[in-house]
Design a protein around this ligand. Structure first.
Ligand code: GLU
Length: 469
C-alpha cells in the first residue's frame, strides 16, 4: 500500500469545537498508526467568514492537543493560481463549462421545481450540449464554472465507517466549482488539494457525506483515483441532543483553560465513536497502536463532560510527578500564587493528585503551600477562637517541638502523637487543629506530608498566629 497520507482541513470560521478536534484526532491517529503522514490544511475560501483569530484558535488547539502535522498548514487562499490552472484544463477538456444563470433565474427555477414537487436542482441550461440556438453569454455577467456531472450511471464508494454507499448520478446536478470571483467552491478546493497533496484517506465529519459522490465524479473526470473515505458520526451531547454550550464547553481550548490534560482530552475524544475493547483510560501511544478506522461506529457519538472529568483525573493520577508539576505550574501562577516562594510544583502535585480531577482544582487546593489568603485567615481565626484549653496547650508544646525536630514526615508524625499522648488527647484532635490552623482548611492530604512541604518556619508561624488569637 502507498504511504498513508491523511489531512485535517478545517474552515477557520470559529473556535475548534470538540467534533472537529475528534476529526483531527482520527485523521492523525490513522496516519500515525500506519506510519504515514498527516497534513494540516486551512480551508479559508469562505472569505467573509474566515478570520485570523479562528486560524489561531485552530493552530493553538492542534498544538495543545499535540496533534503534530508533517506538512502545512497550507492555506487555500494561497493556492488560487493552482485552482485556476486545473479549471482552465477542465474547460479545455470539456469537463467544465461557464454558466451565466443569474441568482434570480436560479431562484425562479427553484420555485418552479418546488411547485411541481421536485427536488430543486440546476437544470443544465448552459451545458454546452443543451445550448439553444442563439443562446449567447449575456453581457456584464461574470459566469460561474460548473462541472459536467455524468448523467448516467451511479457513483459508489466503500466508506470505512458507513459501509457501501451508492448514489445515482440522476440525483446530482452540475456542481459549481469556481465562483464568479475566481474563488473555488468548497468542493473544488478539496478535490484539487486532496489530489495535489496525495491524500490517500479522507477522514472527515459525516456532514460531508453528500459532497463525496460529487467529489468522486470530478476526481474520476480528472483521470485520478479517489482516496478512501471514512465519514465520522456526529458528536452529540450526553443527552443525545446536538452538542451546545449547555453541555459545557464546546471549544477545545476552553478545556485547556479549565485544567484538563491534553492526553486526557485525546483519550476522551478518541472514545467518541471508537473503542478498543473495554479500555476507557489509555495513552496516546496506545491509541496509535490500536486505532483502526474500521472500528469507528456509524451511530452518533455522545460527549459526556462528567466522563471527561473522570478520565482527566485518571490521567492526572498516572502522570509522573515532574510532568504533572510542570502542567500545574501555569495554573498556580494564574491563581496568583508565588510559586518561587514555596515547594516545587511537582511535590505539591504528587500530594494533591488523588484529590483533584483538574489542574484548576489542584491549584485551588494548593493555595496554602504558597501563602495565606484572606479566606484561609478567616477559617483559621474562627477555628482558633474555638480551640479548647487542652488542645491549645498541646499546640503550644508542639510549636516548641517542631522547632527542634528533623523536618520529615516521620518526625512530624511522631511529634504530633507524642504531644497528643502527653496532653491526654487523641492524635486526630491535635491533627485536626494543626491542619486547620496551618492550612485554613479542614481537609488536606495527610497532615505530616503537607507540613513537610509547607516548611517548618511557615508551620510554626501559622500555628503561633492561631494560638495568639
Ligand atoms: N473544510 C471542511 C470543514 O471544515 C472540511 C473539508 C473536508 O474535510 O473535506 O467542514
Amino acid at each position: 500500500m502507498a504511504t498513508v497520507r491523511t489531512r485535517f482541513a478545517p474552515s477557520p470560521t470559529g473556535f475548534l469545537h470538540l467534533g472537529s478536534a475528534r476529526t483531527a484526532l482520527f485523521a492523525w491517529a490513522f496516519a500515525r498508526r500506519h506510519g504515514g503522514q498527516f497534513i494540516l490544511r486551512i480551508e479559508d475560501t469562505d472569505v467573509e467568514r474566515s478570520t485570523k483569530e479562528a486560524i489561531k484558535a485552530i493552530l493553538d488547539a492542534m498544538a495543545w492537543l499535540d496533534l503534530d502535522y508533517d506538512e502545512g498548514p497550507y492555506y487555500q487562499m494561497q493556492r488560487l493560481d493552482r485552482y485556476k490552472i486545473v479549471l482552465d484544463d477542465m474547460l479545455e477538456r470539456g469537463l467544465a463549462y461557464r454558466c451565466y444563470t443569474t441568482p434570480q433565474e436560479l431562484e425562479a427555477l427553484r420555485a418552479e421545481q418546488m411547485a411541481r414537487g421536485e427536488k430543486p436542482r440546476y437544470d443544465g441550461r448552459w451545458r454546452p450540449e443543451n445550448l439553444q440556438p442563439g443562446q449567447t453569454p449575456p453581457a456584464g455577467i461574470a459566469p460561474v464554472y460548473r462541472f459536467k456531472n455524468p448523467t448516467q450511471g451511479s457513483v459508489a464508494w466503500d466508506d470505512q465507517v458507513k459501509g457501501h454507499i451508492e448514489i445515482s448520478n440522476a440525483e446530482l446536478d452540475d456542481l459549481v466549482i469556481v465562483r464568479g470571483d475566481g474563488i473555488p467552491t468548497y468542493n473544488f478546493g478539496v478535490i484539487v488539494d486532496d489530489l495535489d497533496m496525495g491524500i490517500t484517506h479522507v477522514i472527515r465529519g459525516d456532514d460531508h457525506v453528500n459532497n463525496t459522490p460529487r467529489q468522486i465524479n470530478v476526481i474520476r473526470a480528472l483521470g485520478a483515483e479517489p482516496p478512501v473515505y471514512g465519514h465520522l458520526p456526529t458528536v452529540l451531547g450526553a443527552d443525545g441532543t446536538k452538542l451546545s454550550k449547555r453541555h459545557g464547553a464546546v471549544s477545545v481550548m476552553q478545556y485547556a483553560e479549565d485544567g484538563f490534560l491534553p492526553d486526557a482530552m485525546i483519550n476522551a475524544l478518541a472514545r467518541l465513536g471508537w473503542s478498543h475493547g473495554d479500555d476507557e483510560v489509555f495513552s496516546r501511544a496506545q491509541l496509535v497502536e490500536w486505532f483502526d478506522i474500521g472500528h469507528v461506529h456509524a451511530a452518533p457519538a455522545r460527549f459526556d463532560g462528567d466522563k471527561l472529568r473522570w478520565v482527566n483525573h485518571e490521567h492526572i493520577k498516572r502522570l509522573p510527578d515532574a510532568a504533572l508539576g510542570e502542567r500545574l505550574r501555569p495554573f498556580l501562577e494564574k491563581a496568583k500564587l508565588d510559586v518561587s516562594n514555596g515547594p516545587p510544583p511537582a511535590s505539591v502535585a504528587a500530594l494533591l493528585r488523588d484529590r483533584a480531577p483538574t489542574l484548576v482544582r489542584m491549584a485551588q487546593e494548593a493555595e496554602y503551600f504558597y501563602g495565606v489568603t484572606p479566606g484561609m485567615r478567616e477559617v483559621q481565626e474562627k477555628f482558633a477562637a474555638k480551640v479548647d484549653d487542652a488542645v491549645r496547650s498541646a499546640l503550644g508544646d508542639l510549636c516548641t517541638t517542631f522547632q527542634r525536630i528533623d523536618w520529615t514526615r516521620e518526625a512530624i508524625g511522631s511529634a504530633i502523637k507524642a504531644t497528643a499522648a502527653k496532653h491526654g488527647l487523641k492524635p486526630p484532635q491535635v491533627m485536626m487543629a494543626v491542619r486547620t490552623l496551618v492550612t485554613g482548611t479542614p481537609q488536606t492530604p495527610a497532615i505530616d506530608a503537607v507540613l513537610v512541604l509547607i516548611g517548618r518556619d511557615r508551620t510554626v508561624e501559622r500555628l503561633g498566629r492561631g494560638l495568639a488569637t
